[in-house]
Design a protein around this ligand. Sequence first.
Ligand code: 4HQ
Length: 223
Amino acid sequence: MRIDVITLFPAMFQGPLTESILQRARDNGLLNIQFHDLRTFGSGNYKQIDDRPYGGGAGMLFMCEPVVNAIEKITEEGHKTQDKGHRPHRIYFSPRGKKLKQTGVENLAKEDWLILLCAHYEGIDQRIIDGGWIDAEVSIGDYVLTGGELPAMVMIDALARHIPGVLGKDESAQDESFSKSLGRKKEYPHYTRPEEFRGLRVPDVLLSGNHAEIDKWRKGNTR
Ligand code: 4HQ
């Protein structure tokens, strides 16, 4: 999967996306993430990318021109290596968006090219959405963040786990929380050694070796 991220702060992505499973996926060519600094699309000596909202009020907004130029340039660049019919799925993060759920993540994992727009301040000029440059407005939860970078990282992390080959067989996405196999519920509790810790025992059934019973116990201990 190719993911193009538009952001004023590409350095924020260093760390979360450069360790462990995600770095391994990138090394293996399963995940190709490219960062695009919105500032480079700004105009004038100051490379302006934001301005004050019409109607007044606090905060600044990303302007139409630099954002649309960025989206169009990334799309055109992509078309040098892929056919023109191939369209990126363009996502903008905002608290107004549709709430990100596991089913949504699974569907997004079927896409092979995403553009993620991370705004700062108050957000973006609505005409970027109304003009058809965004395919989906997504929220990761009902709280306010300082920017769309953390939502983008959350989405990339959740998505990557569903790209075939990203998880090893010991990291399977099969029986986890919200999976189809667990009826979209939260998963059962887990225990590891020792059998007893400060008087707290592992449930007997998990030590029984009876896989049918263990399965029954687990399915009955989801929420
Ligand atoms: N923001 N889920 C405002 C969010 C958010 C969320 C991102 C704050 C965009 C402009 N994004 N900026 N919650 O709170 O996705």
